[in-house]
Design a protein around this ligand. Structure first.
Ligand code: ZN
Ligand code: ZN
Length: 135
C-alpha cells in the first residue's frame, strides 16, 4: 500500500490496487451500472447512441470497453488499437502491436513513467460528472 495520485481527479489517496480514489471509483461504478442498464433496454445501440442517450462521454464508455468490463454485456462493442487502428474488443492494442511493443520496450530497457494528470483535465472531468448526476 502506498500513496498515489488518482488517475481521474488527481487527488492523493492510499492506493490498494485501484488506480482511482474511492470517490471516483464509486462514480465510475455508477456510470458503469447506467451503461449496463441502458444496454438491457437497448441491446442494439451503438457506443455513440449510448453516450448520447445517457449524456456521458464516449471516452467513458470506451474506457469500460478497454478495461474489458463490457465484454460479457456487449461483446460487439469494439475499440481501436492505438497503434494500427485495428478493431479490438478490449485493451489498448491488438495482439500484434502488443507483441511488437513489448519487444521494443524490452530491447530499449525503457520503463514508461506514470504521467501525472494535469489539474485542469481533472476539473473538466469533475464538471462533466457533476452534470451527469444532476440529470
Ligand atoms: Zn479520484
Ligand atoms: Zn495494432
Amino acid at each position: 500500500m502506498s500513496l498515489a495520485n488518482c488517475v481521474r481527479c488527481g487527488k492523493v489517496f492510499m492506493r490498494l490496487r485501484n488506480p482511482m480514489c474511492p470517490d471516483c471509483q464509486k462514480q465510475e461504478d455508477e456510470l458503469f451500472e447506467r451503461v449496463v442498464a441502458y444496454l438491457k433496454e437497448n441491446p442494439g445501440a451503438s457506443v455513440a447512441e449510448a453516450a448520447t442517450d445517457l449524456d456521458i462521454d464516449v471516452d467513458v464508455i470506451t474506457k469500460f470497453i478497454r478495461a474489458g468490463r463490457l465484454a460479457s454485456v456487449k461483446p460487439s462493442w469494439q475499440v481501436t488499437c492505438r497503434e494500427c487502428g485495428a478493431a479490438i474488443t478490449s485493451g489498448e492494442y491488438c495482439n500484434e502491436c502488443r507483441n511488437k511493443l513489448a519487444e521494443e520496450i524490452s530491447r530499449a530497457g525503457f520503463k514508461r513513467a506514470e504521467e501525472p494528470k494535469k489539474q485542469d483535465e481533472g476539473q473538466a472531468k469533475i464538471f462533466l460528472y457533476d452534470r451527469v448526476k444532476r440529470n
